[in-house]
Design a protein around this ligand. Sequence first.
Ligand code: GLY
Length: 390
Amino acid sequence: MKHSIIIAVSSLLLLSCSVPRESMKSLGDRVFTLADSQFKILDSKLDADRFPRTVENGRLLDAPISWWCSGFFPGSLAYTYAYTQDPEMLQLAVKNTQKLDSLFCGRYKTSHDVGFMTVCSYGKLYELGICDTIPAMLGLAADKLASRFSPVTGTTRSWDFGKWKWPVIIDNMMNLELLMEYGTPEQQKMAMSHADRTIENHFRGDFTTWHVVDYSRKDGSVRRKQTHQGLNDDSAWARGQAWALYGYTMMSREASKKGYPEAAERYLSQARSVALMLLDRLPSDGIPAWDFDAPEPALRDASAAAVMASAFVELSGLLPERGLSRRCLKMARTQISTLASSLYLAEPGEIGGFLLKHSVGNMPGGGEVDVPLTYADYYFLEAVYRYNRI
Ligand code: GLY
């Protein structure tokens, strides 16, 4: 808890100082120069089939290809190359992405997170103009995700473990980008069905979201709504709210791009409502506690702030209302600036080659608490990159 008190006090001091505000161009140069040197350190510590997960007690914890976060390091390298144009980064981005090739094998047992794993790695190489043969591969990954869709529940299934019958977690909104961007028209309809069912069943009246909704696989009715990584079943787990904001913003963009204007409007309206809820509840430095309902002093979650910042930048460009659009962009800038301050950002050579300190993976499970996390770095870089391209 000590670090959250220090962070709160330091944030107030920062806000009250009259130092000139750093431009976003200068912040981008600073952050990506750091990423370029940190990621070379991190890459040098990795085996050929491993990916960075976190650092605990000064020790790098890595993870295999099958882990839900395996695509984030390759994607972070791709963003870094796109910004710095350092040829060594290009090599590292391609090498680390290719480590994931076995995800496309027929024998590879799929998971609901195949979207995170492939869109954030191969998808970025394509999107950033590094490699143009990606869409066919990602079509294969989309087939794998589509195999988890049930017309009875109207959703893709999340976890294969646990006591649930057909668990769907709010996080799963993120995987829909794979179906929308690289899938067939039928798979795009599955993605929109999942997003529509999630609007129906995951949200409370105040536009916070439950983490897990368990459906009956016999008739598609809702069996239970609860949390897994939040404070309690009725609380607003911060990263879950971030996935909701990002997920509906992304779905609005994708539905519009693929020719479904009514769906695009529905998803934009949902993202707008989630954004209003967040703008109301976020603290002045933009970094939420790990759960919005956690009693203070509570640990902050840099990863949730990074996901939100990236989504706020995109949403600001989709919203027709200038006032709200500006508020979203302002919040993104606040979040990015706080994350890029010494409270969160590593010094060169620090924290084993990661960028951001102070994320929370799974508080109730006691895993990855107040540590660097590979996805916090990824969404932070995406936010900085997106902001600098406005
Ligand atoms: N998708 C898993 C998490 O957000 O922790």
